[in-house]
Design a protein around this ligand. Structure first.
Ligand code: SF4
Length: 275
């Protein structure tokens, strides 16, 4: 891992910058863009349910990592993939910035988004360009500006209180509070109308760890979501091996109940379950 602190960079032979299209529960057939070519997850969070395992090095700013790919290298790769998809007539619903960690850490995100949207217009007009983000950097002006450019922002909201946010998402030191993140998401949604939320609900088998599946926590999440007033809330549960042993999926019926409760509190049918 090539950080300013001098960590060794591991081989990137097996790391793909563009992958798919993969069939996703929430995004349809999606071509993924991964801006992290190191062999280690780079993230501002260390979520207890993360499918990539624990975040070894938590960072809170793009400056803490130096080995980001050049944007022309990234755009060349996206272009090649779109040409290939067009040639074989493969189905494509979306192009998604996500990948091995938090994509808003990429320092040239705005240019990359604009470049990908230009390629989309050329090769597959109508296909949505979106980003899966934990929203931890949205208070930064550059990140807010980049997110304003994209077709759809799908932002994480797993907690309704600072205490649960810290317990579940385990943010890096320097990440703003949950209230500050919610305030910025509200501002982005009122400026663009292009914010969806993603809420992962799970149960804990460790009695000392309070999960987010309780009635009270669901209500608190819904109160935050009501402030943001998103296009949609994608409510789902764990489907891959989590970072922590005590994290378990909740039943489909409990997930539906949670979404219904959210809709009642928000006052509109925007929470949908994805199982
Ligand atoms: S934000 Fe995403 S990549 Fe980062 S730790 Fe959480 S689940 Fe994993």
């Amino acid at each position: 891992l090539s950080r300013r602190s001098g960590f060794r960079r591991l081989s990137s032979d097996a790391v793909e910058m563009v992958y798919g299209p993969v069939q996703s529960r929430r995004l349809g057939y999606s071509l993924g863009i991964n801006v992290n070519l190191s062999m280690q997850k780079i993230c501002t969070f260390d979520c207890v349910y993360c499918q990539y395992g624990p975040t070894i090095d938590l960072i809170s700013s793009p400056d803490e990592f130096v080995d980001w790919p050049e944007d022309n290298m990234l755009l060349d790769e996206v272009k090649k993939w779109l040409q290939r998809i067009l040639a074989i007539g493969s189905k494509l619903d979306s192009i998604t910035f996500s990948g091995f960690g938090e994509p808003t850490l990429y320092p040239r995100l705005k240019d990359a988004i604009k470049g990908v949207e230009k390629l989309r217009d050329q090769y597959c007009p109508g296909v949505e360009v979106d980003i899966l983000t934990n929203a931890s950097l949205i208070n930064r002006e550059d990140v807010f500006g980049a997110l304003s450019e994209i077709d759809m922002v799908v932002a994480k909201l797993d907690a309704g209180s600072q205490e649960t946010f810290k317990a579940i998402n385990r943010p890096a030191k320097g990440v703003p509070s949950l209230d500050d993140i919610v305030e910025s998401l509200t501002r982005l949604q009122s400026a663009t109308g292009k914010v969806k939320l993603q809420t992962l609900i799970f149960r804990s088998t460790d009695p000392s760890f309070r999960d987010n599946s309780s009635f009270d926590e669901i209500e608190r999440i819904a109160e935050k979501a009501r402030t943001i007033d998103p296009v949609e809330i994608q409510v789902y549960t764990v489907s891959r091996y989590p970072a922590e042993y005590f994290v378990k999926p909740i039943e489909a019926s409990a997930l539906r109940e949670a979404a219904e409760r959210m809709n009642t509190i928000i006052g509109k049918q925007c929470a949908k379950t994805y199982v």
